[in-house]
Design a protein around this ligand. Structure first.
Ligand SMILES: *[C@@H]1O[C@H](CO)[C@@H](O)[C@H](O)[C@H]1NC(C)=O
Ligand SMILES: *[C@@H]1O[C@H](CO)[C@@H](O)[C@H](O)[C@H]1NC(C)=O
Ligand SMILES: *[C@@H]1O[C@H](CO)[C@@H](O)[C@H](O)[C@H]1NC(C)=O
Ligand SMILES: *[C@@H]1O[C@H](CO)[C@@H](O)[C@H](O)[C@H]1NC(C)=O
Ligand SMILES: *[C@@H]1O[C@H](CO)[C@@H](O)[C@H](O)[C@H]1NC(C)=O
Ligand SMILES: *[C@@H]1O[C@H](CO)[C@@H](O)[C@H](O)[C@H]1NC(C)=O
Ligand SMILES: *[C@@H]1O[C@H](CO)[C@@H](O)[C@H](O)[C@H]1NC(C)=O
Ligand SMILES: *[C@@H]1O[C@H](CO)[C@@H](O)[C@H](O)[C@H]1NC(C)=O
Length: 288
């Protein structure tokens, strides 16, 4: 009788310990992946449903890594990354190399005359970094009073399709190689810096193709997710609270590996099993 009592108490204790660690498993199901056209959206990215408010969304993945999927004219799927100030199309994700290719949505508005309208502002997503192949371009729009010899000398840098009827011209240069002898900042209406994948040749007369090809970023891991990811889990943000989503669908507070967190409970587990075994053994003897 006392053994049975101990077994019950142990199991209750074990149950209590487990409950405090394993969180509600029914409320969120983390998708393993979501295909948007040919782009496979999987962890640490997550499918962001545009019909749902982002503040109410629980997700398995990193903050700022939500990608939505829209169908453009002609049935073409667009995987979309929205930063606070700009929108990008994700054309490729390489999970092995932890890189993704982005194309500024603005440049796709008119593909025969792509135009960058905003500086890139990545600082809102600290885990995204420029790849080593990045090359920054400085675009100057609607410039007046350009010395006439600049036209022939920098003809490859002229964004000729953006020339407007006021005879203002637009130019693009590699950042840091903006020609001297003319105050671009003062004489042009706007200056925008964008990033492209470093071309083999320094000549940027194929600017349109470069802009439409986009640029590459790599992502780093979130420190707070190390323990969870290293135990085979995925970081789950639930009402901004960080949890760990395990392969079998349960949610834990930190890690999926029993041992790290259950150290203190292991002896209890063995004790319980031992009691169970003894109890079963004794019952059999009694029954027999
Ligand atoms: C678990 O999630 C379900 C569905 O969201 C909810 O109804 C239930 O109250 C939750 N239980 C706990 C203990 O949080
Ligand atoms: C998408 O990526 C996930 C994770 O890498 C993988 O398990 C899944 O098989 C992929 N799906 C397709 C259709 O490629
Ligand atoms: C997006 O959310 C809406 C509204 O809840 C739902 O009807 C739709 O099925 C969701 N789409 C996907 C792809 O999950
Ligand atoms: C390009 O510009 C960004 C933003 O100003 C900067 O963080 C990055 O280091 C620059 N990259 C290169 C290759 O100059
Ligand atoms: C340049 O001029 C064109 C035509 O006048 C105008 O539409 C555009 O807003 C101006 N500014 C920039 C930055 O292109
Ligand atoms: C795209 O740009 C070209 C060159 O400036 C222009 O002729 C054409 O009308 C533009 N197309 C649209 C849809 O704006
Ligand atoms: C873009 O950044 C450059 C410097 O990196 C700055 O001179 C320029 O004013 C910025 N343009 C806009 C539109 O914010
Ligand atoms: C799910 O996996 C976790 C961690 O691997 C484990 O602790 C838990 O007991 C498992 N739950 C179920 C219901 O299998």
């Amino acid at each position: 009788m006392s053994r049975l009592f101990l077994v019950v108490v142990s199991l209750i204790l074990l149950g209590l310990q487990t409950n405090s660690d394993t969180v509600n498993s029914s409320s969120v199901v983390c998708r393993s992946f979501y295909m948007c056209g040919s782009v496979n959206i999987s962890y640490p990215f997550w499918y962001q449903n545009d019909s749902l408010s982002i503040s109410d969304t629980d997700y398995c993945g990193y903050p700022g890594f939500g990608l939505s999927c829209s169908i453009a004219a002609g049935g073409i799927y667009k995987t979309v990354l929205r930063l606070p100030k700009d929108t990008y199309h994700v054309t490729n994700i390489n999970y092995a190399h932890q890189t993704l290719t982005l194309v500024d949505a603005d440049v796709t508005i008119n593909e025969s005359c792509p135009k960058v309208r905003h500086n890139i502002t990545l600082n809102t997503v600290p885990e995204l970094h420029y790849s080593k192949y990045a090359l920054n371009l400085s675009c100057f729009y609607n410039c007046s009073s350009i010395p006439s010899d600049f036209y022939s000398y920098y003809s490859g840098n002229r964004l000729s399709c953006l020339a407007n009827h006021a005879n203002q011209q637009s130019f693009v240069f590699q950042e840091g190689k903006v020609p001297r002898g003319f105050d671009w900042y003062k004489n042009c209406e706007e200056h925008v810096v964008t990033t492209v994948i470093s071309p083999n040749s320094v000549l940027i007369n194929r600017i349109n193709r470069l802009l439409l090809a986009g640029f590459e970023l790599y992502w780093g891991r979130i420190k707070d997710c190390f323990v969870c990811e290293n135990s085979g889990g995925r970081c789950l943000y639930k009402k901004k609270e960080l949890l760990c989503f395990c392969k079998n669908g349960t949610q834990r507070t930190e890690s999926c590996s029993g041992y790290g967190m259950f150290n203190s409970n292991l002896p209890l587990l063995f004790l319980s099993l031992n009691y169970c075994e003894n109890f079963r053994h004794n019952s059999m003897i009694t029954a027999g």
